[in-house]
Ligand binder design. Structure first.
Ligand code: ZN
Length: 97
């Protein structure tokens, strides 16, 4: 395990911060991109890109690199193209009746 991964795994939920998957409200430590389920929905290249661009501590000083922001954007575009949000019309009827 590399030290970056060890750092992220050691981080706790110390403030309100949720998964970056659109619509996911799951709380994850600020050092993590998102919840486990959604993280592993991303293709490995994107996960690798995030790892490379991530700088330990950026979630504390709130100064992610430009590179990280670009990767984060790319991830959002990928999600939008590959997992578009379900439209209301596609939701099963009567689910919450
Ligand atoms: Zn999530």
């Amino acid at each position: 395990m590399n030290t970056k991964a060890a750092y992220v795994k050691s981080q706790r939920q110390d403030r309100d911060h949720h998964c970056h998957w659109p619509g996911c409200e799951k709380q994850v430590p600020p050092a993590m991109w998102g919840c486990r389920a959604h993280w592993f929905k991303l293709p490995k290249e994107l996960r690798d890109d995030i790892w490379r661009a991530y700088r330990p501590g950026q979630e504390k000083d709130m100064r992610p690199s430009r590179q990280y922001l670009e990767v984060a954007d790319k991830v959002q575009r990928w999600i939008h193209e590959n997992h578009p949000p379900q439209r209301a019309a596609e939701q099963p009827r009567g689910l919450f009746d």
